[in-house]
Design a protein around this ligand. Structure first.
Ligand SMILES: *Cc1c(COP(=O)(O)O)cnc(C)c1O
Length: 394
């Protein structure tokens, strides 16, 4: 079975982890700050906090944004549930903006309309979470322009994005956003087994992120509350809990793996690009809608990290998606589907969402299939995917 995604671990990665096990602190040592610095160097962002998953990263990003009970957060339905759950963790409510069928990212016209309406009703959200679906950046400049003059914190769920770029800056640079959250789950562009990071250029947000990701506790004298304790009686052992935080730390073993993986990221992206090129060159004759390729709507300075390659069955295909999916799996092609629209999960339906609320995401979900794509996918395997698709669809 050819899987839809696969991590790539080499001897250098293994040696890096073993070195930590044999010679260093397992957690709270030097590897985490080194990884954080390497992510800043790669993306160009000023601050990075490594965390134990992107899910944790999204949670602390919302907390840093000040999201709390009674607030509203906007996200997109065609994503993994973590893109919305993070707001609910903070006690806030969630609402969605449907996807744009062309880019498969947030529909910017719908966003503009929703902002106008929310302004009129005085119901602006505290934060907006956008997702770079499959690795293509959202049009962040347009989105940030829409948010000018309104007080909405813009968070990128960049779980698919690391390795890609937008207008000549790396995804994660936070050029047009307040924070960007990365994932290092094994199917993502680099892995630390589980892991994530929150990037920002804001000193304030960086400080809040660190606080919430580490128990709400600080040893920074500048941040101490001097009313709560006579600081002259306290010594070097002293720390204060200022907020209700969490233990979302990444371990040094994981950070060592991340450092080693990050060095290979551009090679991974180039290999993924080659796989995507093969699909674009060879699938054109099939009754499929392929992902956006030339990002001409955004300009040539954009590069997808090709986290996923999703095809959509044309309406002319008489077989339903389930049948196509099953036939491909039967032929040894480990396809997948991304995503069940968040609002259709029973938990979200209990919050009041219902089928029909976000028709573009629902239509996409009904017709979409994720093809295998990962750095070590061979041309031989891609030809097998092609042959299987031809047998099923032609
Ligand atoms: C994978 C993913 C997440 C969650 O990442 P974890 O590191 O597994 O917590 C969040 N959002 C999106 C869009 C993802 O694909």
């Amino acid at each position: 079975m050819i899987p839809y995604g696969k991590h790539h671990i080499d001897q250098g990665d293994i040696d890096a982890v073993v070195d930590v096990l044999e010679n260093h602190f397992l957690t709270q040592g030097a590897k985490v700050p080194e990884f954080e610095q390497a992510l800043c160097d790669y993306t160009g962002a000023n601050y990075c906090t490594a965390v134990n998953s992107a899910t944790s990263g999204l949670h602390v990003a919302c907390l840093a944004a000040g999201v709390k009970a009674g607030d509203m957060v906007w996200s997109t339905p065609n994503s993994f549930v973590a893109s919305a759950n993070c707001a609910l963790y903070c006690g806030a409510s969630v609402d969605f903006i449907d996807m744009d069928p062309a880019t498969r990212n947030i529909d910017i016209d719908l966003l503009a309309k929703k902002i106008t309406q929310a302004k009129r009703e005085n119901k602006l959200p505290k934060a907006l979470i956008v997702v770079h679906f499959a690795g293509f950046s959202c049009d962040m400049k347009l989105i940030s322009d829409l948010l000018k003059g309104v007080d909405i914190v813009l968070i990128e769920d960049a779980a698919h994005g690391l390795g890609g770029s937008y207008l000549n800056t790396k995804i994660g640079a936070c050029e047009y956003s307040d924070m960007a959250v990365l994932s290092f789950h094994p199917v993502k562009s680099i892995t630390t087994a589980e892991g994530g990071a929150v990037m920002t250029n804001s000193e304030y947000f960086a400080q809040q992120i660190v606080l919430f990701a580490k128990h709400g506790v600080t040893r920074d004298v500048q941040l101490f509350d001097s009313e709560a304790s006579d600081l002259s009686k306290q010594g070097p052992w002293y720390y204060q809990q200022l907020e209700l935080g969490y233990n979302y730390r990444l371990s040094d073993m994981q950070a060592a793996l991340g450092i080693s993986q990050l060095r290979k990221l551009d090679g991974f992206v180039a290999a993924r690009q080659k796989c995507a090129d093969f699909y674009f060159e060879n699938l054109a004759h099939l009754p499929l809608k392929l992902p956006q390729n030339d990002l001409s709507t955004q300009g040539p300075e954009n590069q997808s990290g090709w986290h996923l390659f999703m095809i959509e069955l044309d309406d002319s295909v008489k077989l339903d998606r389930k049948t196509v999916y099953e036939q491909l799996v039967h032929k040894g092609i480990g396809v997948n589907v991304h995503y069940i629209p968040i609002h259709l999960h029973p938990f979200y339906q209990r919050l009041g969402f219902k089928p029909g609320d976000y028709p573009a995401a629902e239509h996409f979900y009904d017709r979409a299939i994720t093809l295998p794509l990962y750095p070590s996918l061979s041309i031989h395997e891609q030809k097998a995917v092609l042959a299987a698709l031809e047998e099923v669809l032609l």
